[in-house]
Design a protein around this ligand. Structure first.
Ligand SMILES: O=c1nc[nH]c2c1ncn2[C@H]1C[C@H](O)[C@@H](COP(=O)(O)OP(=O)(O)OP(=O)(O)O)O1
Ligand SMILES: [Mg+2]
Length: 203
């Protein structure tokens, strides 16, 4: 069943520009353009849940209620096996400090935690993305994506965003930050989640 969004423009409940660019690229082939909560001047709700789906629900429902439009949120993060799954839902928090978010700081913290936790630093990790599509009537749909890989140190590459320079996906010898955006968008956690979203919404 084809399902269309208002004017083929989907409200994406994010304030993260790197994420938004990826989402725009992942939806463009389906004729859907995006407008972000940031662009619409919507506030950034506090992410108080301890799960990806819980925080994605907070963001998606806040935007849907504020606008009366369906809204899609992505809550995501990197889960490092050697850290018991941390930073996980706190992935963005690990970038916070004086002067705001700094992902060099976040990646350094992650590596130092791994060094402190265990030798020889088991490097298995997963990037996860949970999408929630919230409707103004209060119901929602959930789609989850994952990509396995390992954390690498020192960080490598300058493309992408967030923790991309320290994550090397399985089957590749380059990090997300060393890949063209098109390649990351074929294999990433977000690509996996959006494949399910598209199948659920447009198939
Ligand atoms: O593909 C990715 N490549 C690198 N890093 C990534 C990726 N995907 C998520 N991440 C990291 C950075 C982000 O800051 C955090 C998610 O936190 P999360 O709360 O979902 O997003 P956010 O606060 O940056 O934007 P917003 O909540 O407005 O959508 O995980
Ligand atoms: Mg956030």
């Amino acid at each position: 069943m084809a399902r269309r969004f208002d004017g083929d423009r989907l409200l994406v409940a994010t304030h993260n520009r790197g994420k938004l660019e990826e989402i725009a690229a992942l939806l463009a082939p389906w004729g859907v353009s995006v407008v972000s909560a940031g662009e619409m001047g919507l506030p950034e709700p506090e992410e108080t849940e301890e799960t990806f789906v819980g925080n994605a629900r907070i963001k998606a429902h806040a935007a849907a209620q504020a606008t009366g439009l369906p809204a899609l949120a992505d809550d995501s993060g990197i889960c490092v096996d050697g850290l018991g799954g941390a930073p996980g839902v706190h992935t963005a928090d690990w970038a916070e400090g004086p002067g705001g978010r700094d992902f060099i700081r976040a990646m350094t913290r992650t590596w130092e935690a791994l060094e402190a936790a265990a030798a020889p630093y088991p490097r298995r990790a997963q990037f996860r993305s949970t999408l929630v599509l919230a409707w103004p009537d209060g119901h929602d749909e959930v789609f989850e994506g994952i990509v396995g890989g390992q954390v690498v140190w020192p960080m490598r590459g300058v493309q992408g965003h967030g923790y991309d320079p320290m994550f090397q996906p399985d089957g590749h010898d380059v990090t997300f930050a060393e890949m063209p955006a098109e390649e990351k968008n074929r294999i990433s956690h977000r690509a996996d989640a959006f494949a399910k979203f598209v199948a659920g919404c447009f198939a």
